[in-house]
Design a protein around this ligand. Structure first.
Ligand SMILES: Cc1cc2nc3c(=O)[nH]c(=O)nc-3n(C[C@H](O)[C@H](O)[C@H](O)COP(=O)(O)O)c2cc1C
Length: 196
């Protein structure tokens, strides 16, 4: 499988990005990460650790690449970099709006623009509540372009027992859409759980 781009923006849900990157690394898939400055602030706010600390851990893995969001000359700014698609996790409404209107003012947004123009899979974990008509119209633009809008919504019907269960399910569902092998453990399949 070609590398997967993980774009981390400043929506709430930093833990989802952490689980996604670590799940891909554990599956020996090459991950290319870029994170907005809001995402880095959110990391500290929600996870209690500086993003740079997590990055240092990830950078020890041979199948990990990081590009600063200001580095608009990075390979993922061009269709020449082969990828198996891109995940934006979580995606803020600002990032949704920018991508929907081709406003590629940072590397994350440019990489999404490239993913769309190259007709590769783009999965957007759009995080906002409630959603305004502006958000919905921008999401509709993306959906009509073939982008998969996957809100980080719990699968209540699976009767999750922990917040970790909820988070892992959301991430594995997104990775499954990208065709990541073995992405949906049996415990996350409908009917895969026994009644207590
Ligand atoms: C604590 C906190 C939580 C936020 N949660 C969200 C959110 O869930 N969704 C969203 O669209 N924006 C949220 N924002 C606002 C974004 O971080 C802000 O719009 C930012 O400019 C997004 O930039 P980016 O898309 O380049 O990361 C939040 C901001 C803060 C400080």
């Amino acid at each position: 499988m070609n590398p997967i781009i993980v774009g981390i923006s400043g929506g709430s849900g930093a833990i989802l990005a952490k689980i996604a990157v670590e799940s891909l690394l554990s599956k020996d898939i090459h991950v290319i990460v870029t994170a907005s400055s809001s995402a880095r602030q959110m990391w500290l706010h929600e996870l209690g650790i500086p993003f740079s600390e997590t990055l240092s851990d990830w950078e020890e893995r041979p199948n990990f690449t990081y590009h600063n969001v200001a580095d608009i000359g990075a390979p993922i700014a061009s269709g020449g970099q082969a990828t198996s698609g891109m995940l934006i996790i979580p995606s803020s409404m600002a990032t949704v709006a920018a991508i929907a209107h081709g406003f590629s003012d940072n590397l994350l947004r440019r990489a999404a623009d490239v993913t769309i123009k190259e007709r590769r899979p783009l999965i957007v974990l759009a995080r906002e509540s409630p959603l305004s008509a502006i958000h919905l119209e921008n999401l509709l633009i993306l959906a009509r372009l073939g982008v998969v809008i996957l809100p980080p919504a719990p699968a209540f019907y699976l009767k999750p027992e922990t917040v970790q269960d909820v988070n892992e399910y959301i991430v594995e569902k997104a990775l499954d859409v990208l065709g990541v092998p073995n992405a949906m453990p049996d415990k996350f399949r409908y009917g895969g759980r026994e009644e207590p």
